[in-house]
Unconditional design. Sequence first.
Length: 303
Amino acid sequence: MTEVRAPLIAGDVLTLSELQYLRRVSGVRGAALVLHAWAVIAAAMTLFALWPSTVTLVLGVLVVGARQLGLAVLMHEAAHWRLASRPRANDRLARWFCAFPVGLDLARYRRRHHQHHRHTRQADDPDLALAARAPVPPRLFWRDVLLDLLGVTACRRLVGWLETRDGFAASWSRWRGPLCVNLVLLGALALLGHWRLYVLLWLVPLATWFQVVTRLRDTAEHALASEDDDPLRNTRTVDAGWLARAFMAPYWVNYHLEHHLLVFVPCWKLARARALLVAKGYRPRMEMARSYVAVVRQVTSGA
């Protein structure tokens, strides 16, 4: 008779002292990460404003798009109450400085995302469709990436959001925050005499590179992973060098396996959590990829 093993949990792999260290939240560190994201965005805009050229524009789109994903990642932190130790501060910081600027809703995301954690890679996983298509032929994958870069994906999502049947009141509740924050951002840039930066280095990255790196993130996290309930196999961590962290995987988002196993760990401690798992001998059981390029190759080859 086959023995059925219970799913691995945090207490199975870490000591009490390790758990206590890893779960400690720092509001100062969370606020510093949000400030860092906006500082990088401001630096990219400043560089283009001072030396406008095709090179600084393309570089700015890549940098800002990655930091827009970074804001979404930090909103994800807040969805798990890891951005600040006080729940009210956690939600306010995430809502106004992370979610609303990129058109997201913290409360809706939190409800959906907790279902994803509860039913990872199972039929009730609301994010199952993000990985269900894999493997895909290379031509289809790169066609979708091209549509991302052309802004087609962003337009489709915008139309989908606008075609809500919940009524005007519900739609206004959904959009008033993002509209307010984006108007403030546009107004601030206009007062500085650079309103065009809002179009070139906010809307354009949001409609293009943000869509690409979001696709890469969604693909890397669960595509072609195991469909059982082993958190070491149904979720993938990707090794990311400094270039990948700068342009595709900000704020330790590549440590997704560690996040699923240890959901209470703030993002800035996930690298330490991975080191502990490896030191304890779990590396052979962990679903890992050497790079995002390796993930794309795997997903487009069916290997």
